[in-house]
Design a protein around this ligand. Structure first.
Ligand SMILES: Cc1cc2nc3c(=O)[nH]c(=O)nc-3n(C[C@H](O)[C@H](O)[C@H](O)COP(=O)(O)OP(=O)(O)OC[C@H]3O[C@@H](n4cnc5c(N)ncnc54)[C@H](O)[C@@H]3O)c2cc1C
Length: 408
């Protein structure tokens, strides 16, 4: 187990500086254009692929970093550059984690490289769980996967929504119901390989922020995938379902707790994205406050402005500490006895919204225009309190974990 540390080691500092350079030189200058275009920034992804930032190797290296700081450090730097473009760069990684966490070695080796493609022909991947009637309430998922034993194939039907890279992905990872009696424990994840008939993109959403990231519905109409596309394999699924049925009989509480542990480990990464956006807006505001003069002096000379900046920086540093603690706990298998993963995501995402709003205020009229980046950062920041579990759901999880009560 790695000791918890707040100090990046030399290797991590080198990676951080490399990422920061890419974020400053390539991502940030492209941010306004791709925000306006509301399209996936393929040329930026390609550039990132050429230098190894958009690759399985890079992502896996950070994911398995025993200090737990690899992923939050990478997320913070990329999202400091721009949230929409960064989500286009890491969206594939989020789908890959679904395979890394649940897939067999063979499945990982077959599908994860296809998710990224290669630098001359980059691909993206999508993770499809949310549905029109199953957002926060994952257990009410309706997309159904039925096993066709004669052909050793699964047949998937349903509608997914809000899928990052949905419909434009090479590989889609789709969560579906295999046993409706078991709630979220009756779900399983499937690979839908590139070009599989029956999978189509539905509506592409026009969004408030992170507009360089593609978000769409995914329609699954009698999609047939080979038995080998069930992540983890049939034997493991059957064992897991049998265990879940036993636990339901014994009282469902432990079932829910097991599902929650997975989210605790993934939520700090979203917290780190929020820290990146918040830090970016704070830096713009600090710089502006030091140079903009009114009443014959820089506006930062006013306590009213300086104190806002002091609060912003305090909240950003506190958010980062919560994120790093939870990431370290996840990598080192520490139990989340106070839902520390949800705590980090809750605090960091709320901080990003507050800090970006404060940055607009400090820039005055300029902050309200698209000539300055804080307006975009504020729109982008709103996503962090919504995806990967809303703030209200984080509070529910924390409150339930602390109290042991089924709070509604
Ligand atoms: C840009 C974007 C990208 C996304 N990417 C993906 C993706 O790649 N893959 C994927 O599967 N999903 C993705 N999502 C979906 C996202 O995770 C959901 O939007 C989120 O979980 C919330 O679900 P919902 O939108 O249905 O809101 P709802 O669940 O309908 O919630 C609406 C409101 O009610 C509140 N609420 C609901 N239940 C409770 C409760 N019990 N107590 C208190 N308040 C409650 C919520 O907090 C929220 O404020 C994405 C969403 C967006 C917007």
């Amino acid at each position: 187990m790695a000791e918890f540390t707040m100090e990046l080691n030399d290797e991590q500092k080198e990676v951080r500086d490399w990422l920061h350079g890419f974020a400053a030189d390539v991502i940030r200058p492209a941010a306004a254009e791709w925000d306006e275009r509301e399209e996936t920034p393929w040329p930026v992804i390609q550039e990132a692929a050429k230098i190894g930032i958009y690759s399985l190797d890079f992502y896996a290296q950070q994911y398995f970093d025993p200090t737990g700081l690899g992923i939050p450090m990478a997320m913070e730097e990329l999202f400091w550059g721009d949230a929409g473009i960064a989500l286009s760069l890491v969206g594939t990684g989020l789908a890959a984690v679904g395979v890394l966490a649940n897939g067999t070695e063979e499945q990982i080796g077959t599908w994860v490289p296809q998710m990224y493609g290669d630098p001359n022909d980059v691909k993206v991947a999508a993770f499809c769980s949310s549905e029109p009637d199953a957002g926060s309430d994952v257990a009410s998922m309706r997309t159904r996967a039925v096993y066709d034993e004669a052909r050793d194939e699964w047949v998937i039907n349903g509608t997914k929504t809000w899928a990052t890279n949905g419909g434009i992905a090479s590989v889609h990872v789709v969560v579906a119901v295999v046993d409706p009696e078991l709630g979220s424990k009756g779900h399983a994840s499937f690979i839908v390989p590139p070009g599989t008939p029956g999978l189509a993109q539905g509506q592409k959403f026009k969004k408030h922020g992170i507009r360089a990231s593609h978000t769409a519905e995914v329609i699954l109409d009698h999609v047939r995938v080979p038995g080998s596309c069930l992540l983890g394999g049939k034997e493991k699924l059957d064992e897991r379902l049998a265990r879940a049925r036993e636990k339901v009989k014994a009282g469902g509480e432990r079932v829910r707790n097991a599902a929650m542990a997975t989210f605790e480990a993934s939520r700090p990464a979203v917290g780190a994205m929020a820290v990146g956006t918040a830090r970016a807006a704070y830096e713009v505001a600090l710089d502006y406050a030091g140079t903009r003069e009114q009443f014959g002096r820089p506006i930062i000379d006013n306590q009213g402005v300086a104190f806002q900046l002091a609060d912003m920086r305090t909240q950003i540093d506190a958010a980062r500490l919560l994120v790093w603690r939870a990431s370290w706990m996840a990598v080192n298998g520490k139990p989340f006895t106070a839902a520390e993963g949800s705590m980090s995501k809750l605090f960091a995402s709320e901080t990003a919204k507050k800090v970006t709003a404060g940055a607009i205020q400090i820039l005055g009229g300029n902050g309200y225009t698209r000539e300055y980046p804080v307006e975009r950062m504020h729109r982008d920041a709103a996503i962090y309190t919504i995806f990967e579990g809303t703030s209200e759901i984080q509070r529910l999880v924390i409150a339930r974990t602390l109290s042991g009560m089924p709070i509604r």
